[in-house]
Design a protein around this ligand. Structure first.
Ligand code: AN0
Ligand code: CP
Length: 325
């Protein structure tokens, strides 16, 4: 695997889950694989879990890690070509990428949707420039349209907790005060579409996701109907995808907040969320604190998904001719 920008890059996902669960049993088994290799983690946006779990995963593999918060201490980066750079941006991404790449062996990038131009976001303009100009394996730590390290961790978690071979999994929209990207629900849907789980997506009208990610899911606008018989509830807010409302908030309807009454509609479902979560907007205190809440083991599995991805990227480097310089 040369790059990781979608769960599909893993190929056979059941094999990937098996590999991840082996790693979880003995996370220090591949310490030699990363020796004298450096991971550079570049953040254009905030992070708690991705930052820590990916560093830990790299360290488990014996790697060195450099973390750069672009907006704290680095030069402000221009990302558009052809711009006369007479504003507040001191450096262009087209120089910064090869420079950063010269100090490392693999590159992780977090760069959220900017909501300035839907085409740029959905063409993954930023992370694709890293792929094009770095010459190094690149992995997404949440890009504009996807968060595949999260969805891989979500898959591992569902596989660990499911009680039936084909659980009913429900992705539900929930209210939030700020406009958030569609990356997490897109990747979650893409992942579930690679399984044979029963899959329902529920949201208010106007919040339809890109059909390429919705795939074979059943879209149900009645949240109660969607929740009936569910084994897993995956809550997330996202902003509108469809034109002319791309990136906008269309509803803050509190009746969509997942509380105990909502969970009572389900088959004693587990509750999942990628975190960070706003309590009593997305989910009530009692639901997130209940024994059915998987948010902490789900976050812990981010170390495992990141380690499995880094392991595969390092293995792809081993197959390359040795560098002589
Ligand atoms: C981000 C999002 O919704 O994409 C990151 C989630 C992992 N969340 C926020 O910005 C609150
Ligand atoms: N779930 C997740 O990616 O969290 P962070 O934004 O804290 O990294």
């Amino acid at each position: 695997m040369r790059h990781y920008t979608s769960i599909k890059d893993l190929g056979d996902i059941q094999a990937a889950v098996k590999e991840a669960l082996e790693i979880k049993k003995n996370r220090f088994a591949y310490q030699d694989l990363g020796r004298n290799k450096t991971a550079l983690l570049i953040f254009f946006n905030n992070s708690l879990r991705t930052r820590l779990s990916t560093q830990k995963a790299a360290m488990n593999l014996g790697m060195n890690v450099i973390v750069l918060d672009v907006n704290q201490g680095a030069w402000k980066l221009e990302t558009e070509r052809g711009v006369i750079m007479d504003g507040d941006k001191s450096e262009h991404l087209l120089e910064a990428i090869p420079v950063m790449a010269s100090y490392c062996d693999v590159i992780g990038v977090r760069s959220f949707a900017r909501f300035e131009n839907k085409e740029d976001d959905y063409n993954e303009k930023i992370i694709n420039q890293f792929i094009q100009y770095s010459g190094k394996p690149v992995f997404s730590m949440e890009a504009a349209t996807g968060h595949p390290l999260q969805s891989f961790a979500d898959l591992i978690t569902i596989e660990e907790y499911k009680k039936t071979a084909r659980p009913k999994v429900v992705l539900t929209w929930a209210p939030h005060p700020k406009a958030l990207p569609q990356a997490v629900p897109n990747s979650f849907a893409e992942m579930v579409n690679c399984t044979d789980y029963e899959f329902v997506i529920t949201h208010p009208k106007g919040y339809e996701l890109d059909e390429r990610f919705v795939g074979n899911a059943r879209v149900e606008y009645d949240q109660k109907k969607a929740f009936e018989g569910a084994d897993f509830i995956y809550a997330k807010n996202w902003s509108a995808f469809r034109d002319p409302h791309y990136g906008q908030i269309l509803s803050k309807d509190p009746s969509w907040t997942v509380d105990a009454e909502h969970m009572a509609w389900t088959n004693n479902a587990y509750f999942m969320h990628c975190l960070p979560v706003r309590r009593n907007m997305i989910v009530s205190d009692d639901v997130i604190e209940s024994p059915q809440s998987l948010v902490i083991p789900e976050a812990a599995n981010r170390e495992i998904s990141a380690q499995c991805v880094l392991k595969r990227l390092l293995e792809s480097l081993q197959n390359e001719p040795a560098r002589t310089e």
